[in-house]
Design a protein around this ligand. Structure first.
Ligand code: ADP
Ligand code: K
Ligand code: MG
Length: 493
């Protein structure tokens, strides 16, 4: 394919630095350029040939077919015999080493292939995009992970081998924690070098691949951890309802509550106040799902909802002193609460409508409604944050689109560019700095990745997500999640 952006003349020292990094995965240096020299296309081709020599191993792996696995097999439920429920009870309760070894061996064989494909896909980005420090860091992470796994023993024969391999995977998964903010910042800086649709295609593919890679790795890690827990506990295993990455008795209300508290705190830090979150509907619902996926989705959607609510309050002039402001909500009586914010669960029979009353800060609550269908669970996240303007609406699912103002937006045209297009300084500026400092969960908004990522996660197991904007009033987000235990045989990882 067209590896490099043909129309772009590239600075030579950037080329060499970048090539070295790409081929050896050696330590990440930012592109420092002292003088300008340019490569022609044919010279670029020569460099490319040199690189391909070093990349032989990656190529060899990338050319292998991906071996998808059903979720059932990945969870170690694929062995013949009793029903899948009994199977996973047995699998976990017995700490079945054979099953765990199967999963680990599969991971050992499959992960390098999938990582190699990600590496190749990243190499095919327009050359100038590949020189971006953030993209390079992501590239290096994948390259290093590929190297570590392929350098680890191929055979996984016993418990010790398995433990060693799982520990390796655990370290790798942790090292990848910041990939999403890095990709976000990288592509924000590169948006003038690539068509929007190409960025979207690349990131959609990359993120889907990443979800698969993580599921495989986390499953290998978690089966081992559960076995350890079981071995050390003298009584019945406490985690019959957890099969590695999957939880068979997941209570959305509990997870919503945890995420809401976390997001409220984030909101308090950013804005000095936050709305209540009311959880209602079928709050006793439990279903089978991957908790980390649902947690990610809920946090992103709640962050959007609380941010819209608080910013809309500010716009309407609602405040602690004037909770009803001059906006359309003035007829609502204030909530009669003692102090601070809370998460309230309203039973479905409770007719007391707390879902619209502003708290003492003037923020109407965010309402999260749980509905249990026959084959799916639907979660509706409703805010009174003013909705989305028509101009913005078509863009909200684009990567990096955000209405958060970033004064250091390095993607703006006409920025001084006497050296590299990505000043070394840009690493320490803007949104990304916030993202890195905020740690888990990142900033409340500003990466522009929340909605597109959330939809990919929702769709990964056959669910979906829709956002409806009532402009001037608020948003409803409908999250439909399939009962994944009904389609374990069909879900391909
Ligand atoms: P970010 O939150 O980082 O800006 P997202 O992809 O999560 O990125 O959202 C993109 C944009 O969509 C937001 O910047 C905001 O303008 C708009 N948006 C998303 N959810 C809501 C909501 N519930 N109410 C109003 N606007 C929203
Ligand atoms: K977006
Ligand atoms: Mg968001």
């Amino acid at each position: 394919g067209p590896s490099w952006n043909n129309s772009t003349l590239v600075q030579s020292s950037s080329v060499v630095t970048s090539m070295a990094l790409r081929s050896t995965g050696s330590s990440l240096a930012t592109t420092t350029t002292t003088k300008r020299e340019f490569f022609t296309n044919s010279e670029q081709k020569e460099v490319e040939d040199v690189v391909s020599f070093y990349d032989d191993k990656v190529t060899q792996y990338a050319n292998q077919e991906i071996q998808t696995v059903t979720l059932k097999t990945l969870l170690g439920l694929g062995r013949s015999g009793s029903s899948s429920h009994d199977q996973h009870q047995q699998g976990v309760a017995a700490g079945d080493l054979a099953i765990n070894l199967d999963v680990a061996r599969y991971a050992r064989k499959e992960l390098p292939v999938r990582l190699a494909r990600l590496i190749k896909a990243t190499q095919k980005l327009p050359f100038i995009v590949g020189t971006n420090p953030y993209i390079k860091r992501v590239y290096k992470l994948y390259y290093d992970s590929f190297q570590s796994i392929t350098a680890s023993p191929e055979e996984i024969r016993d418990k010790d081998d398995l433990d060693r391999f799982a520990a390796l995977l655990k370290g790798l998964v942790e090292s990848h924690a910041d990939v999403v903010p890095m990709l976000s910042q990288g592509f924000l800086e590169c948006k003038k070098y690539m068509a929007k649709e190409d960025i979207k295609r690349f990131l959609d593919d990359m993120i889907r691949a990443r979800i698969g890679i993580r599921l495989i790795a986390e499953q290998a890690i978690s089966l081992r951890e559960q076995r350890h827990e079981h071995e050390t506990s003298s009584v019945e295993t406490p985690h019959d309802d957890i099969v590695g990455v999957v939880h068979t008795e997941l209570r959305p209300a509990d997870l919503i509550k945890t995420c809401a508290s976390f997001v409220q705190e984030l909101c308090d830090v950013n804005y000095g106040s936050s709305p209540e979150v009311v959880i209602n509907g079928q709050t006793d619902t439990t279903f089978t799902y991957v908790p980390v996926h649902l947690e990610y989705i809920l946090c992103e959607l709640l962050k959007n909802a609380v941010r819209a609510t608080v910013e809309h309050s500010q716009k309407m002039g609602r405040s602690a002193l004037n909770p009803h402001g001059n906006g359309p909500d003035r007829h609502h009586p204030p909530t009669n609460r003692e102090s601070g914010n809370s998460v309230v669960i309203v039973n479905q029979d409770d007719d007391q409508d707390v879902t619209k009353r502003p708290n003492e800060f003037g923020h109407p609550p965010v309402e999260v409604t749980i509905a249990q269908g026959d084959h799916e669970v639907t979660i509706r996240i409703r805010d009174h944050g003013g909705g989305i303007s028509r101009e913005d609406f078509d863009a909200i699912f684009d990567y990096s689109f955000t209405t958060v103002k970033n004064e250091n937006d390095s993607s703006s045209e006409g920025s001084s560019s006497d050296d590299s297009p990505y000043g070394v300084d840009s690493i320490f500026k803007g949104v990304s700095r916030l993202a890195m400092q905020a740690g888990l969960g990142g900033p409340i908004a500003g990466l522009g990745f929340g909605l597109p990522l959330t939809r990919i996660y929702a769709q990964y197991f056959g669910g979906d997500m829709h956002l409806v904007s009532l402009q001037g009033y608020g948003c409803d987000v409908f999250l439909k999640l399939k009962q994944i235990d009904e389609s374990l045989d069909d879900l391909q990882i």
